[in-house]
Each structure stands twice: as C-alpha cells, then as structure tokens.
Write a protein that binds this ligand. Structure first.
Ligand code: TXD
Length: 312
C-alpha cells in the first residue's frame, strides 16, 4: 500500500486543526503537513511544537506553519477548520454569518494553489460550509466532503459500548443526516459484535443514547464554556484524510453532495461514502424505512435553510 508520499494542508491552527495535525503525525500518514492560520505566528509556533514530537512518535515527514498560501501548493488533501467555534448557548447556525466569510476566503486561496486537492471541511455549520467550499472552489463534487458523521458515529458507538459494557471498537453504528439536532443515529443498523443493539438494550436506553448522541457536541461545549470538542473531531478528519491519501477505500459517513441518492438532490448531507484517492469514490445507498426517510427529510429542510443564509 502506498503510504506517506503526500501533502496535507490544515487551515486553522486552533483546537481542531492542531488536534488533526497531532493525529496525522502520530500516524505518520504523509510526507508533508502545512498548518495555516491568519494569526501571525500561531501556526508557526504550533508546527514547531508538533515537529519536536517526531523523535518520540516516529513521524518522519516535515511539518511547517505559515500564513502564506503559496506554501500549501500542490496539496493532496486540505482540511478546513478556520472559523469561530461555539460557546455555551450558541447553536451551530449562530456561527454561519462569520464563518461563511472566512471559509470563502480560505477556499479561494487554497484552491488556487492546489487545483487537484480534495477538501475536507470541518468549520460549522458544517453542512452549509461544505456547500460554500464546493461553490467557491468550483471543484468537482467528489473532491469536496464534510466531516461530521465520523465524529457523530464515534460518539454514538461510545455511548452504546458504555451502556452494554463492551469494547467501543466492537460497536458498529452509523449516524446520517445533518450535523445538528436532527441528525439520524440509525438504531436498526447498530450492532455489537454482529448482534443488533435492539436485542441487547431496552427501547428506553436506546432512546436515551440517541438523544445524547444528538446533543453530544453541546454537552461538551457546556463543560468547556470557551470552545467546543477538538480531540475526536481532529481524529475523525484524519480518518478521512488517511483513507484518501492512502486510497484505503474506507466506508465512512461524510457530508457528500447528493444528486438523487436517498431521493435527495442539491445539498450536502451525511451519508455513507467510500473514500479513496479520488475523494468520494461512491455514495453507498441503501433502503431506508419510511420513518427514517421522514427524519432525514427534516435534516434536508434544516440544511436548505442554512444554505439559503450563505447567499450562494
Ligand atoms: O464535527 C464537526 N464538523 C466539528 C466542527 C467538530 C468540532 C468543531 N467544529 C467547528 O470547527 C467549530 O464549530 C469551528 O467552526 C471550527 C474550528 O473549531 P476550533 O475549536 O478549532 O476553533 P478555534 O480553536 O477557535 O480555531 C479556529 C482557528 C483559529 O486559530 C483562527 O485564528 C483561525 O481558525 N482562523 C483562520 N485561519 C485562517 N484564515 C482565516 N481567515 C481564519 N479565521 C480564523
């Protein structure tokens, strides 16, 4: 398998950007990492700190920090985390106005320098920001994808594992739809060691887990008060980046542009996709129940409202 021959740019050297960089160096997934931030010196300092972990974690590539986009030239994957994060009491939608401007600006600069890259968008509200990157970059739909489903599914799997008392990695589960209150943690498809979760937990317990998953971001914001989750968001982005850089063809829930899949068109929404060297290689469709379809259409309505506010 091809490894470590590629270039990864991470825009935004804040909490999520640095966590992503840290996971990337600890996994040694690429030859070059460029960390970019608008704040003078921030990315430079963070990259120096990260580079000095190399002897301890075995990273053999190069990591630099900069505000200069020419240094991002010919990146294979560009992760966008630039923007504001939530504070207690804020919804992801509250961030839209400010973040759309930031995301437009960084997309233009990054796309110019790396016309063949694949964008992974993290900035909230994610489902509208990924649409913004798609429109502003003019890149094909397979080269623009949003990160939320990997994180939401990891949270869902964690809560299921804790409730049953099993290893989290033995829980397989999928969250589809918007990264917000209407996200759809699919109960029917959640399994533990191949056994349906519905055989192992009461409906009440399952309902509580679904609710906690939908509110998991706000739960963390409520404790942190000054920002939002970053460690698992950073790792979730690197799971996706690694699958693209190494052409692993992982099947991961990502916000992808839909053109008729699941009966939905013209929006980015969390669905299972195969990620490989071409970005979104395939959206994996399957039959939803009428109840699931109804829940998913709530996601679509909410995302369309967000996108309207971007003015794109
Ligand atoms: O599941 C998901 N998609 C998410 C999304 C999970 C967690 C966090 N999520 C969102 O990511 C969050 O709501 C924010 O919108 C972004 C970034 O969150 P983070 O916690 O990393 O925010 P920070 O620590 O404030 O970092 C943002 C950085 C900061 O260093 C700014 O200086 C920088 O972005 N920034 C810029 N960089 C480059 N260019 C411009 N214009 C710019 N503006 C701000």
């Amino acid at each position: 398998m091809e490894t470590k021959s590629r270039k990864l740019t991470i825009i935004g050297a804040g909490a999520v950007g640095c966590a992503a960089a840290q996971w990337a160096i600890s996994r040694n997934i690429c030859e070059e990492i460029v960390l970019v931030d608008v704040v003078e010196g921030l990315a430079v300092g963070k990259a120096l700190d990260l580079s000095q972990a190399a002897p301890l974690c075995g990273f053999t590539g190069n990591i630099i920090g900069t505000s200069d986009y020419t240094l991002t030239k010919d990146s294979d994957v560009i992760i966008i985390t630039a923007g504001l994060a939530r504070k207690p009491g804020m919804s992801r939608d509250d961030l839209l106005e400010k973040n759309v401007q930031i995301v437009k600006e960084v997309t233009q600069k990054a796309a110019q320098n790396s016309p063949s890259a694949c964008f992974i968008v993290i900035t909230n509200p994610i489902d509208a920001m990924v649409y913004t990157v798609f429109k502003v970059s003019g890149f094909p739909k397979n080269k623009v994808v949003g990160m939320a489903g990997v994180l939401d599914s990891a949270r869902y799997r964690t809560f299921i594992a804790k409730e049953i008392g099993v290893a989290p990695k033995d829980v397989s589960a999928l969250v589809m739809g918007i990264h917000g209150d209407f996200m759809l943690p699919l109960v029917r498809l959640a399994t533990v060691g191949g056994i349906p979760v519905s055989e192992l937990l009461t409906q009440d317990k399952i309902d509580a887990i679904v609710k906690r998953t939908q509110q998991a971001g706000a739960e963390i914001v409520g404790h942190l008060k000054t920002g939002s989750a970053f460690v698992t968001p950073g790792l979730s982005a690197i799971e996706m980046a690694q699958s693209i850089l190494n052409d692993e063809k992982r099947i991961l829930p990502c916000a992808a542009y839909l053109e008729g899949e699941f009966g939905i068109s013209g929006v980015f929404l969390g669905v299972p996709v195969i990620l490989g060297k071409n970005g979104v290689e395939k959206i994996v469709e399957f039959e939803l129940t009428s109840e699931e379809k109804a829940l998913l259409s709530k996601s679509v309505e909410a995302v369309k409202k967000q996108v309207e506010k971007t003015g794109l």
